[in-house]
Design a protein. Sequence first.
Length: 430
Amino acid sequence: MNLATLTACATCRLALTEHPDGHGTIYRHPVTEGRHAVVPVDADQVNGVFDRCHTCTSAPSVWKYHTSLIQIAVLAAVETYNDQWHVCYRCAQFIEADDSEGLTAHCAARMQWLPHHHEYAVLRALHRGIVLGRESRTLLTTTDWPPARLTADMLPKIRDRFTGLLRGPMHMPPAINDPDHRRALADQLDLAPMYWINQDFTDMVNEVGDDQPPAAVTDDLAATPAGLLAWPEPVGDTRQLAAVSWTPHADGWQLIGYRSIGGTALDDDLMPALRHEIGWLVPIHAEHVPRGAKLDGRHPLGPLVTTWLLIRQQLAEAVPAKLPKATTRAYQRHRRPAPEVRIVRIAPRSTTAAPQRGKAGEGSTRAKPDHRYWVSGHDRQQPYGPGRSLRRTIEIAPFLKGDEGLPIKLSTTVRALGSRGDDRTRRTDQ
């Protein structure tokens, strides 16, 4: 399930609020109903979607607060407001402190409304209704945060912040909001090894990921029964995926993909509080993947499978990360085992000389490829038994074919990987 799907009104380009009604989802304009009917479409189809805090209208939203419908009588007319409020981190600080006057002063200052203005009085009444009438708050997963650059030594703290969020009182998206499921997921992640993919290997994942053929997710393919894997910068077709966790669940795994929250996302004075309360990761995709299910490189979690395939092909090696002493001592103080973090990097090239190509007419006449390319998964008849006379079918996972050092043949869509964060694409004929 994609947890980061944002819906907007095609007419006014406002991000909409979602209201389950038992049979589907009702979409409403934020704050109050617009002067036209809602025309819900995927926000990716609309240019210039306005998705900002419903109270100050200036910052990205972090929380969704739930209230009853709020009504305010103004000059013998009654205005009905929404019951969902997308709120930025600064405005949420006022709400959590029960400071409706502070919230009003902050928002009115941005509007340049003075306390004696009529609009200020309406805003005060509305904010009082939100602060006093709030019932719960849910972490928003649709906000398009600037990404963070993740490093290996950050992973223990990143994991602990997310497991703390799972064990906390804040609501999560429905796919991972069940309390028992959240506790079980947190317990599994506490014991799971962590993997950090270095930059060179991340570049390779981005280069070959789009073309990766469908691959069956099996116990042999997964690096460990459970784990958390992070890349230094976002990967995948949309360059949103920063990390993936996998934990055993039913007849397969629970896979959760995350986007990261960068250090430029908020004002400097708010970032320490956000890191303590939320951390670095926000879930954007959750899916139960049965054993044997096939995922290709275009799947939202495809970069994880691509990474696993390259590791399985021995194109990468994992080495223990040296963590800061402060991290290991913190774990010792809480009587927890030292965190296990492995850095995954491209394996050194073999020093064994490659066999020389035979001359024309000598041996095989098949020409060697001058590039590397994906070979799709397929079945192979493997000989075994007395005199290798018996045959059994084994499944060969997709793999990159070609000698080390050869260029990788891409599809007709080539990503120009120049400076960090460069996400341009160009078309080329192969």
